[in-house]
Ligand binder design. Sequence first.
Ligand SMILES: Cc1cc2nc3c(=O)[nH]c(=O)nc-3n(C[C@H](O)[C@H](O)[C@H](O)COP(=O)(O)OP(=O)(O)OC[C@H]3O[C@@H](n4cnc5c(N)ncnc54)[C@H](O)[C@@H]3O)c2cc1C
Length: 272
Amino acid sequence: MKEKKEIEWYFPECFDEASCLLKKEGVIPHGGGTSIRRASLGHLFGLIELSHLPMHYFLVDDGIIEIGATNTFSDVIENIRKIDPKHILVKSLWQAASTPLRNRITIGGSIAYFPIWSDLMGSLIALDAEVTLIGKNEGIYPITQYVNDRNLRNGTLIKDIKFKQNGWSSYYHRESRTNFDYSSFNITILLKTTKTKIEDIRIVLVGCTKKYKRLIELEKYFKGKKVTKINSEEILGSIDVTFPAKKLGSPEYISHLAGIQLKRGFEEILNS
Ligand SMILES: Cc1cc2nc3c(=O)[nH]c(=O)nc-3n(C[C@H](O)[C@H](O)[C@H](O)COP(=O)(O)OP(=O)(O)OC[C@H]3O[C@@H](n4cnc5c(N)ncnc54)[C@H](O)[C@@H]3O)c2cc1C
């Protein structure tokens, strides 16, 4: 009979120890463990449990928010709510999964895994967050660089993320068939206005063909415009995003729906 493979658990207490473990073949970090399923354990020899590392901090210093990678979605909601109850991460994360799952899913695991239904990544991309890495590619990187460069992920550990506190107004929409379902797509909009004009805007869609898209052209169109001069019907024609087929419907149907939800989002945030 074939012998059952034992998976070794490691519990490092300092980053040097964790860095050494990351060099071992088939040994990967374990955050909340919600994506490390039995089916994918075949190639694994060990798991590095991260909860003993000093990464469970939440700091606000000189206008920068710094969140350690082992904070769960629930931790982040609780901490950010104290300084900004309407923060985009409060609006997005409380809608993710269920309460027991939000108590387990970590920030680090969700960035590294970046599922197409992520309720975290749209906000972090819109906020221009930076990721601090430990191990092979030690350093601080823009979140989009981490997402797009697979080489950065091998043998590295996400230690924390940081972003500017800034006074954004925000809008979040999560499209799903039921509350507990994975989202088919989600929309993040951040906005800054002077008395009458749009000073800055960030628009990110998650769940599309290339996993995410920041609508840079649309952001350019908005910047400097008078809020009263925006015609959201007109904008819809300029949105160029494609979607794969999902349980919600065909690619065409989802694209159409995303356009409608974007329009609603603009109207809501511009009138708020
Ligand atoms: C039923 C269900 C519903 C869900 N619904 C949603 C939802 O609606 N919205 C949503 O946003 N998420 C949802 N999730 C969570 C999502 O699918 C992933 O499971 C989650 O983001 C992974 O986070 P984790 O902390 O559990 O990571 P883990 O499962 O521990 O790890 C994920 C990957 O990241 C690596 N990793 C972990 N921590 C680090 C680190 N610090 N540095 C580098 N690499 C690391 C691991 O090695 C692994 O490869 C759901 C999960 C489940 C099971």
